[in-house]
Structures are given as C-alpha cells and as structure tokens.
Design a binder for this molecule. Structure first.
Ligand SMILES: [Zn+2]
Length: 469
C-alpha cells in the first residue's frame, strides 16, 4: 500500500459540462499530427450520417495550415462534416455541410464573425451559420452527454463546477435546466453545477422576467451572466491593441460594440446578477473593464463577484484596475500546454507581459483556477503542474514560460478550492465533498503531479467514484 491522502474536492470555475459530454462522444483530433492523418482518421469513422469532431490545431500539424473544406471533401462529399479547431472558436465544414446550411458564395457575412466560402473556415459568430443547421439533440442525447461528463469529472476529482451550457445547442435554456434537474433528481449526475448563464440579450431578458436570476435547484444553481467578448490567441481572434506579430493586418475580433456590451452587463448587474466575461486580448480586457466599471459605478454594486475569464494578455496596469474594482480572474494555467509554442509568434515582445498569473495573485485579485474543458484536459493535477512549472505537458521539451509567474503548490490548491467559492456562489467549502489520492501531494516533485491517481471521490459524504483496481 502506498500513501493515501484526503483532499477537498476540486472546484473548476469555468468549463462546459454539456460540451465535455458532447465532445467526448465526438471524433477527437487533438492527437493528430498531420492533415493526412486527420483524413485517414475520419475515413475510419464512416459510414455515419454526419461526422462531427474537434481538436485540430494547425500548429501541431505537419502541413502547418488550417484544415480546409477540400481536406474534408476528401473524406466524403456525401455526408456533412464539421471539424472544430481546438479553441472552439473556429471550424471547418465540407461542401455537403455548406449545402445543408444553405451557404453559398453570396451569403452575407455576420457581425462579429467571418467565414470563407472557398476554404470552408468559419470563426466566432459565423459558427452559428453552420451549427444552427445541425439537427437538435434529443433529450436522450442530452442525458447521455450529461452522464458522460459527470463520470469524467468524478474520475478527475472535480466535485463542483461553474459551467457554460445554455448556448452549445440551439435549444431553449428551460430545456437545459429541465434535463439537468431531471438527471439530478434521478441521481444520475452528482457534481454540483453553477450555471454561467450564456444568453443573448433577448433571451437574458426572458430569463430575468421568468424569475430565474440566482435561482437555486438541488445541486444546480443559476450563476452569473457569461459573456464572450473576443476569440482565442491560437485562432488569431483574440482582440489586441496592436496587430498580431505574424499577421500585421489583423487585430482579432470583438463580439460586441461598447454600447452593446455595456447593455448586456448592466442589465445583469442591475438585476443583482454577477457577470463573468471571456476576454483574452488586451484590447478586449480594456473594453470589458470600461463597460464593467461604468456599470459598477452606476449601480453602486461594489459587493459583487464579477470576473474576467482567461485574461491571459491582461497587463500590469489592467490587473491593478481589476483589483481596484474588485474584479476577479478566472484563469487556466493549463492553457500554457497549447499556447507556449505560439505565444511568441503571435505577440512577439508583448509576451513578456502575458500570462501574469502570479502577479494577479500577488496584486490581490481573487484568482480562481479552471480548465475551460473540453478545451484543455479537465485533470486538476495537470492544471496545477502548469501553474507551478509554467511548462507544456504535451511538449515537455519546450522551455518554461515566464517561470517567475509560476506559483507554489499551496497557492495553486487555494486557487482550485477556496478562491473558486464565490464563482460557484458558495461561502464555505463543502466538507462532505472530498477525494482520496494515491500520493502525498506535499511530498512529491512537480513531475509526479502528472501521475497522481484519484482513488475515490465523495460528494455529500457519498462515494460517487471508486477507481477500479
Ligand atoms: Zn469556455
């Protein structure tokens, strides 16, 4: 028998519960090393009525280019195919899918997004042109996704999450609430879920009018409004103050004008709802801070738990401003896993003022850890490893990134538990939620973090996962 150790259950403060279940049931391209390999992998999946997958990343592909529609046409011209990039902000569709979605050379571009008919590549708001024409999942599908996600979370020692689930499928938010509540009532899912309410303005109004603000069900609560303000660094859609180093005509994408963003924030904030906003680029963080601070000052609602999600390119100055207005940071050290090798090419010298995670802690922001799973692996020990070592797990030979911005184990554990409490709308750590691991976490080197096994997971003192021996 080795060392067995009890730890509090982990809290992941930004992930996609339904998305994790859905993705886990789709084709996984994260390990593909070339487009040739992707095509072969997809052909193996045939025959199928529709082929959906996720996880390609041109940086990892031998060809060093985006996946395009001809690649997917080579898999099949008869069935619709959609392959989403690892970031979730870019996708490629084949001709059959374009036809199904009614996209032609003459289709008009949408605000806050772009698509290219010739390459079949869609980004940001333009994703909906494709995704909205997929057939909707049945209740049975949703139940399967939820159960699959719950299993994955428990196996990884996650007992509570803040999760963004309302806009992954084109279905009313009430349906998502109903199916989650049903699964909880039937004891088929166990993890505590606080919803990061991701809704467009009109739907948010309906959500408020119907009395859903801060509503709590058993194990499932309505949390903050979730807003997406820009894209991703990998996809070159994060909104920057100066152009991308490797794309001098491009500064990325913002999703809303200042007025639109303020309207959304203010509607939530003045109805007593916190706001958490995805912002990666420095220009996006500027825009978010401007609108958020304006709303905080107008409502005088200073005891809030608003936060910026990601904030990788937040500068020292922006971090100070966040502190002044009590705006937290929900960050993902594990993003270094994929980002280390692109940071310099994307932003050049600006990289020296990026991923300032220790600075955020030292400046006194409420820093919470999360994985944005299924974007990156849900394993909390991988995330802690990245936070401490500032290294990529999948590319161990790459140099650690700004190693002085790494934190110690104690801080990492705090960011994964206590600091995340406000983001799941709890005041105290739930003592009945804990895990048993196979090593003494305080007495191992950082590399061994990657080999920790979770033996048991408990929620409300009930054993909900036990590792098969
Ligand atoms: Zn996310």
């Amino acid at each position: 028998m080795g060392w067995n150790m009890k730890l509090p259950g982990f809290i992941d403060s930004h992930m996609h519960y339904l998305g994790l279940g859905y993705t886990s049931s789709n084709v996984d391209l994260t390990k593909a090393n070339s487009i040739v390999e992707i095509i072969a992998l997809l052909k193996e999946e045939l025959p199928k009525p529709v082929l959906i997958g996720r996880g390609w990343n041109q940086e990892n592909l031998l060809e060093k280019r985006m996946l395009n529609k001809e690649d997917l046409n080579a898999v099949s011209r008869d069935i619709p195919i959609i392959m989403t990039r690892v970031c979730g902000h870019v996708l490629t569709a084949n001709d059959k899918m374009l036809e199904l979605a009614g996209i032609t050379k003459d289709t008009i571009q949408v605000d806050g997004g772009t698509f290219n008919y010739d390459t079949g590549v869609f980004s940001e708001n333009a994703l909906s042109l494709i995704l909205s024409s997929l057939s909707k999942p049945t209740t049975m599908d949703l139940e399967n996704y939820l159960q699959l996600a719950d299993k994955i979370l428990l196996k990884n020692g996650i007992t509570s999450v803040a999760s963004d689930d309302f806009c992954i499928f084109n279905i009313p938010f009430e349906d998502v609430i109903a199916v989650i509540n049903k699964m909880v009532a039937e004891d088929k899912i166990h993890v505590n879920i606080t919803e990061q309410v991701n809704l467009p303005l009109n739907e948010l109004k309906r959500f408020i009018e119907k009395g859903f603000v801060n509503k709590e069900f058993k194990k499932f609560k309505m949390g903050p409004l979730k807003i997406l303000a820009d894209g991703s660094l990998g996809g070159k859609t994060a909104y920057l103050n100066k152009p991308y180093e490797d794309d001098p005509s491009n500064r990325g994408i913002y999703t809303y004008s200042d007025d639109e963003l303020f309207e959304l924030i203010h509607l939530a904030n003045s109805n007593g709802m916190d706001v958490v906003i995805h912002a990666i680029g420095d220009a996006s963080v500027d825009q978010v801070l401007k609108c958020l601070i304006k709303s905080i000052e107008q409502t005088k609602r200073f005891k809030h738990h608003h936060a910026i999600i990601h904030a990788q390119l937040a500068t020292h100055k922006q971090i100070k401003l966040m502190k002044k207005y009590h705006i937290g940071a929900i960050i993902q050290p594990i993003f270094l896993n994929s980002d280390i090798k692109i940071i310099e090419s994307r932003i050049g010298e600006r990289m020296n003022e990026s991923y300032l995670f220790k600075t955020m802690v030292d400046e006194g922001l409420n820093v919470g850890f999360s994985t944005d799973s299924p974007i990156e692996p849900i394993n909390p020990f991988y995330n802690i490893y990245s936070a401490i070592t500032r290294k990529s797990i999948k590319e161990p030979d790459l140099k650690a990134f700004l190693v002085e911005e790494g934190c110690d184990l104690e801080t990492a554990l705090k960011c994964y538990t206590i600091n995340n409490l406000p983001y799941i709308k709890r005041k105290e750590m739930p003592l009945g939620d804990y895990i048993v691991i196979d090593k003494n976490i305080y007495d191992i080197n950082s590399k061994s973090l990657l080999n920790i096994s979770i033996l048991e997971t408990y929620i409300d003192n009930e054993l909900v996962y036990k590792k098969a021996l």
